[in-house]
Design a protein around this ligand. Structure first.
Ligand SMILES: *Cc1c(COP(=O)(O)O)cnc(C)c1O
Length: 367
């Protein structure tokens, strides 16, 4: 029998489609001054403290970084009042998703997740030969009872993206608690809270209580979103020490680079930058909601720094037209919604520019 060149699993994986970088758009279209509202990055940029911290250790990059991220873990431990053994630091929380499936998922085991949701869950599950069990959103929100009902004897993982990417909706702590209550012991719940710092609804609560109670829960957070350090790749997971111990077994020794560790450490203490970013986001959220209403466009209620908007036209064509006008957004088709776009909330100026270009393109379509 002929041997296949590839592992069976990889043929089931669709390559990730990232948001287009500004430089690529400007190069390809021969334009300048493009704005990117496609990847939920912080429009205020990184914390100035993080930039200064990196500048201070630039000359140290001839050394390997601390593979244990000692100082960052200590700082996070104080920040969240959780022992350092409860933390794992990743090259983005994306990397921790891969650790989770590598550590827990045997070939053929199932992982329950919402659809549409963050595409990296599907990727991390499939690369290990696991089976993705998608559960449709209800009202743009995780349908936790339906997700609980999708759990079988073969289920190992259940992913809850909260707030959900791409819809921005959230589930409250009580609903998550009810789900956890009924989960069998062979299931680990992954609570991906990449947009945690943007949430202002008190019903969201603090999921670290589940970790403190010793449940089968891994909470993921990141420095890529409100902290504005997406380009450095730092995220972290919090869980019981035994769960963290299994993730550490599948981690490369020096997964988080030296500049990233220094920047994350400094950014964590920059409360002013976080507050300012959250405030700017709230303001942008209100502005965009009012404008979408004015334009008669439905949007899902967001708790994050992006909005899922039903534009009522083919999203790929809209994307191309906006691109030519220098505005980069994300299309819904990759999430199975061909008449929807996802737009990151930007600075007031970027939001105004996005709305004026969107209105112009939609008006063109009407003629
Ligand atoms: C952006 C994002 C992440 C991860 O980002 P990293 O940059 O890898 O830390 C994780 N989950 C969701 C839902 C996201 O939107």
């Amino acid at each position: 029998m002929k041997k296949e060149l590839y592992r069976n699993q990889i043929l089931a994986i669709k390559p990730y489609v990232p948001g287009k970088p500004v430089e690529e758009v400007e190069r390809e279209l021969g334009i300048s001054g493009a704005i990117k509202l496609a990847s939920n990055e912080n429009p205020l940029g990184p914390s100035p403290l993080a930039v200064a911290a990196m500048q201070k250790c630039l000359a140290k990059v001839s050394f390997y970084p601390d593979g244990n991220c000692y100082y960052l873990k200590e700082a996070l431990s104080r920040h969240w009042d959780l022992p350092p053994e409860c933390f794992i630091i990743g090259n983005g929380s994306d990397e921790i998703l891969s650790f989770i499936t590598a550590a827990f998922l045997n070939e053929g085991e199932e992982a329950v997740m919402a659809h549409p949701s963050f595409s990296e869950y599907d990727f991390a599950v499939k690369i290990m030969g696991g089976i993705t069990v998608p559960v449709p959103l209800k009202n743009y929100t995780h349908d936790l009872p339906a997700m609980a009902a999708a759990v079988t004897g073969e289920t190992k993982l259940i992913f809850i993206c909260n707030p959900n990417n791409p819809t921005g909706t959230m589930v409250g702590k009580n609903e998550v608690a009810a789900l956890l209550q009924d989960l069998p012991e062979h299931v680990i719940a992954v609570l991906d809270e990449a947009y945690f710092e943007y949430v202002t609804d008190p019903a969201y609560g603090e999921s670290l209580d589940f970790v403190r109670e010793g449940r089968n829960v891994i909470v993921l957070r990141t420095f890529s979103k409100i902290y504005g350090l997406a380009g450095l790749r730092v995220g972290y997971g919090m869980a019981r020490p035994d769960l963290i111990g299994s993730l550490l077994r599948v981690k490369e020794p020096f997964n988080v680079n030296l500049l990233a560790q220094a920047a994350a450490l400094a950014a964590l203490d920059d409360r002013e930058h976080v507050e300012k970013s959250r405030w700017l986001n709230e303001e942008g959220k209100q502005y965009l909601a009012a404008e979408f209403n004015r334009l008669g466009l439905f949007f899902a209620p967001t708790h994050a720094n992006f909005i899922w908007v039903r534009v009522g036209v083919d999203c790929k064509q809209l994307f191309a037209k906006l691109l030519r006008r220098g505005v980069i957004i994300r299309t819904g088709d990759i999430f199975g919604a061909p008449d929807v776009i996802r737009v990151t909330i930007g600075t007031p100026e970027q939001n105004r520019r996005f709305i004026s270009e969107l209105a112009a393109v939609l008006a063109e379509d009407k003629h």
